[in-house]
Design a protein around this ligand. Structure first.
Ligand SMILES: Nc1ncnc2c1ncn2[C@@H]1O[C@H](COP(=O)(O)OP(=O)(O)OP(=O)(O)O)[C@@H](O)[C@H]1O
Length: 930
């Protein structure tokens, strides 16, 4: 085997073929070092910590050392890929000697390889090289090495086992310890668990309580919300009321108020022994006396007079109402006027120790803002400017910029004076605003004069814009507070001004003079107020004469040296006080104004609409009244008709009574006449009639002519046409041979080609007779003239409505009530000029409720037939009664008598009678007439 480890299996690279018998590959390359090196390196990389020691793969590796062992299967692909690089000749065999360096190397490997470490770190498992050591037959050195390795391995194994057992012991110990710990901890754990459970319960309880609290708070909120709202409303109302009263109070005091403040004598004046010319009466805080040079005294009255003793607090207490009114939406202007060095700046700005009106006013506004926070929301914007030499300068802007835009006064849409471009800084606290005020004050133009070391050479104006919104009502307001420290009026000569100071003085005096002119014009109520004569008056236009509360501090000096100026100031102040200022108007936000304008417009439109609606309502009223009149008239007519109907009913009753009497009389008559006793004329239906053989010729006594003349034709137009038709048919048509006539109370229709059932009258009889017997026209006319028409008309009362084609020829059982439409037609024909459909409806509602066709059928086909028969009978009786009159009267009709005496009538024989009805038969031809 030439030292080749057969058992292990050697892969040899022969002719670039790979022979694999085991997982080991021995590769030798002693020819291509570089390639081999490269491949070894590659393989090493691929093996990733295989058997190659770390120092392998360097260029120093000798070519014969380049034997590597790799698990073949695992790296088969790589090896095959790289086999071209391992060129091993076929004849070459691995000699034992050749292996020596390898073994040395292995020894070196083993020596260097920290097996212990490996064992501990990686759980080292002996490699395949070592696995088969016992079977390997290497050379003695190699065997020795392998033995060593084996020993070392065994040692390691033992160590490992020892370590394992130790670990097991440790593990056991650990387990014992753990158990012990567990035993110890168990109660603690249980206690903790218990506590944990308790905590759980507590948490659940807390949750429950929280839910209860929430429910309660919600309930409270629900209950309190309306109360809160009501209280808020009351508060708002109270606030409004307070505002109103407050405003009224200020108005009563006057919207232009003038306070006079006298400064104390300065140390300089005292040193010069200048006496005070001003006297104050402590009991009268509105008066002061001036002792003039001629010892005369002048009394001046103002709204309040502050003596030199009065401090800043006292001054501000009196100023406060005006300041507060700004928060209520009123414009206010506070300005100090007076001679140079009289304390204008002291009153307005004060010193850090004695804050003046400006600071206190601003402080008060912020205080009120906080106080009303729940009800009102305020926004403050601060601006500061000065009028220096008739130029407006923004004191908050950087005035070093010479190209800065020149500021001017413009009138806004709301009529107020605005300075476009003027800085407006939103401020949220008194500190913030005062810082601004101070920085603005530093920009102010001041200079030293004889009268005042730090004299104001300009009019300083501080403007605070207050925007308020009522959180309850949503009402918004926008108002301004002007705090003006005027430049001092001075006599140029007195202060010895020259140059720039003189120019300043001239401008100051000019603007103050313009102020005086404005005040004079206002006091004398001139139509033209010269506001635009100076920038100062122009800026303060709305504060001096508009809707503003104005407060002027007339600052004076008590010194005799300043007496002249003091008198000037006092006179000016008195003039200002004389100005009648109209009531201040609450300033609303322009946006609100627009809304209000819109609302007014809408209101106007609505008013127009309302007036239009009112007009139409009046028209409707008139129409309604006229309709009501018509309705009343109709009601009246209906009532009359009802009354007439009642009368008819009464008459029907009377007739029924008469009929009953007549029946009695007839019974009496039949008792005397045997033949007539057996005779029963048909009542209504032809089927019920007795046979003709039983009808006798006995004629009942004729009824006297009926007196019911008042049943005029006019009242009975219902039957008019029917009667006329019947008459006509009798007149025009030849009746032919006598036919049996049915006595029926209801004449359905007198058909021309059918058996005629009619309620015969004298007229028809005569007409028939005249035709039959060729009576001349005059004699018939004579007979007709003797007939009483009303009776016939009475007959016609029971004439039914026009027969429908369907009902034609049907017997009385098929009689139908007139339909509603028929009745309506009839009613309409009776009331041809109905005023309106409404009236017609009213009448229609009064029409009888007629049974439906179905009901009618039921009525006549069921037990109601008897009722119908009764009705027919009743109708028949009434008809007969109307026609023939009551027999009870016992007066035979002359007409009928005479008629029966005639030859024509004698030619017939009476075959039967019923009451006054007669059944007759012609002697030659049978004919039934009535
Ligand atoms: N009521 C006062 N009590 C104490 N000191 C006062 C009072 N009024 C004014 N003074 C003092 O008088 C001096 C001049 O006051 P101030 O500068 O306010 O006058 P002014 O009218 O503003 O002058 P100018 O018009 O020149 O600006 C200041 O030193 C000020 O402290």
């Amino acid at each position: 085997m030439n030292g080749r480890p057969e058992t292990v299996g050697v892969v040899r690279m022969r002719n670039r073929q790979v022979d694999c018998t085991d997982e080991l590959v021995f590769i030798r390359d002693d020819q291509k070092i570089n390639d081999h090196f490269y491949d070894v390196q590659t393989l090493e990389t691929q093996l990733d910590g295989g058997f190659l020691p770390s120092d392998r793969g360097t260029t120093e590796v000798p070519p014969f050392d380049s034997m590597i062992t790799v698990p073949f299967e695992e790296f088969k692909d790589q090896i095959l890929d790289n086999q071209s690089r391992f060129i091993v000749s076929e004849e070459e065999q691995i000699q034992e000697n050749d292996l020596k360096p390898t073994l040395t190397s292995l020894e070196h490997v083993l020596a260097n390889y920290n097996l212990d470490e490996k064992f501990e770190d990686d759980c080292f498992i002996p490699s395949p090289v070592l696995k088969g050591t016992s079977n390997l037959s290497f050379g003695p050195d190699l065997n020795l090495i392998l033995q060593k390795i084996g020993i070392k391995y065994n040692n390691l194994l033992k160590k490992h086992q020892a370590k394992n057992s130790e670990a097991e012991i440790q593990h056991a110990k650990f387990e014992i310890l753990l158990n012990k710990c567990l035993q110890e901890c168990q109660p603690r754990y249980e206690a903790l668990e218990k506590k944990h459970n308790e905590c759980h319960h507590l948490i659940a309880e807390i949750d429950m309580l929280r839910a209860k609290c929430e429910a309660l708070s919600n309930k409270c909120l629900q209950e309190c919300q309306p109360k809160y709202e009501a209280l808020k409303r009351i508060l708002a109302e109270e606030t409004a009321e307070r505002k109103r009263f407050y405003n009224e109070l200020i108005e009563v005091r006057g919207n232009i108020r003038v306070f006079c403040r006298c400064r104390p004598l300065s140390p300089e004046e005292t040193s010069k022994s200048y006496n005070s010319v001003v006297e104050f009466d402590p009991s009268k805080d509105t008066e002061l006396q001036i002792t003039c040079a001629d010892s005369s005294r002048k009394i001046y009255k103002f709204d309040h007079v502050f003596s030199p003793k009065d401090d800043q607090d006292t001054v501000f207490t009196e100023t406060l109402p005006i300041v507060k009114s700004v928060m209520d939406g009123f414009n206010a202007c506070i300005f100090a006027y007076g001679q140079t060095g009289t304390g204008k700046t002291f009153t307005m700005e004060g010193t850090p120790e004695c804050r003046g009106v400006n600071y206190r006013a601003l402080e008060e506004l912020f205080r009120i803002m906080k106080e009303r926070m729940a009800l009102m929301q305020y926004e403050f914007s601060f601006s500061m400017l000065e009028v220096y030499n008739e130029k407006i300068r923004d004191l908050l802007a950087d005035n070093s910029d010479l190209n800065a835009k020149k500021l001017d006064i413009k009138q806004s849409a709301e009529g107020t004076q605005e300075v476009p471009g003027l800085a407006e800084v939103q401020v949220r606290s008194i500190d913030e605003v005062w810082e601004m005020h101070k920085s603005g004050g530093r920009n102010r133009s001041v200079g030293s004069t004889n009268a005042n070391e730090l004299s104001s050479r300009s009019h300083s104006l501080v403007r605070l814009m207050v925007k308020g919104e009522n959180l309850v009502t949503g009402e918004r307001s926008k108002s301004f507070l002007w705090l003006v420290d005027l430049a001092g009026s001075e006599r140029a000569g007195k202060i010895e001004a020259e140059g720039e100071r003189l120019k300043e003085s001239q401008f100051i005096n000019k603007s103050l003079s313009a102020l005086g002119d404005v005040i004079s014009a206002l006091a004398s109520k001139n139509s033209h107020i010269p506001y635009r004569n100076s920038k100062l008056t122009h800026l303060l236009q709305s504060s001096l004469g508009g809707d503003c509360k104005t407060l002027m501090f007339a600052q004076i000096s008590p010194s005799l040296a300043d007496l002249g100026e003091t008198l000037c100031t006092l006179n000016f102040a008195s003039r200002v006080r004389g100005v009648e200022h109209g009531p201040a108007r609450k300033q609303s936000d322009p946006a609100d104004n627009f809304k209000l304008k819109q609302m007014v417009e809408k209101l106007r439109q609505e008013e127009k609409e309302v007036s239009r609606l009112n007009e139409s309502l009046q028209m409707m009223h008139i129409k309604y009244a006229s309709r009501e009149n018509i309705f009343r008239t109709l009601q009246e007519k209906i009532r009359e008709s009802e009354q007439a109907c009642k009368n008819y009913q009464q008459k029907i009753k009377d007739l029924e009574n008469q009929l009953a009497e007549e029946k009695k009389a007839r019974t009496h008559l039949t008792a005397t006449n045997e033949t007539s006793r057996s005779f029963r004329p048909p009542c209504a239906l032809s089927k019920q009639r007795p046979p003709l053989a039983r009808i006798t010729n006995r004629l009942p006594p004729l009824a006297p002519p009926h007196k019911t003349e008042k049943y005029s034709l006019k009242n009975m137009e219902n039957a008019c046409s029917t009667i006329n038709d019947v008459t006509k048919s009798f007149k025009t048509k030849h009746l032919g041979r006598a036919r049996r006539i049915s006595l029926s109370p209801v004449v359905c229709n007198i058909s021309k080609n059918r058996r005629v059932s009619i309620a015969a009258t004298e007229l028809e009889t005569l007409a028939t007779l005249s035709e039959k017997h060729n009576m001349n026209h005059s004699s018939v006319t004579t007979k007709l003239s003797q007939l009483r028409i009303p009776r016939r008309r009475s007959v016609a009362t029971f004439t039914p409505f026009q027969e429908t084609p369907k009902s034609k020829g049907k017997c009385i059982n098929s009689f139908k009530y007139p339909s509603t439409s028929q009745l309506q037609t009839l009613w309409k024909s009776r009331l041809p000029n109905l005023p309106s459909p409404m009236q017609q409806n009213h009448i229609q509602s009064r029409l009888p409720n007629l049974p439906s066709p179905l009901q009618q059928n039921q009525l006549f086909t069921s037990g109601a037939v008897n009722s119908a028969q009764h009705l027919n009978k009743l109708c028949y009786s009434i008809q007969k009664r109307l026609m023939l009159g009551s027999p009870a009267q016992g007066r035979p009709s002359k007409i009928l008598e005479s008629r029966f005496n005639e030859a024509a009538l004698q030619a017939k024989e009476i075959v039967g009678r019923f009451g006054t009805a007669q059944r007759v038969l012609m002697k030659n031809r049978r004919k039934s007439i009535m």
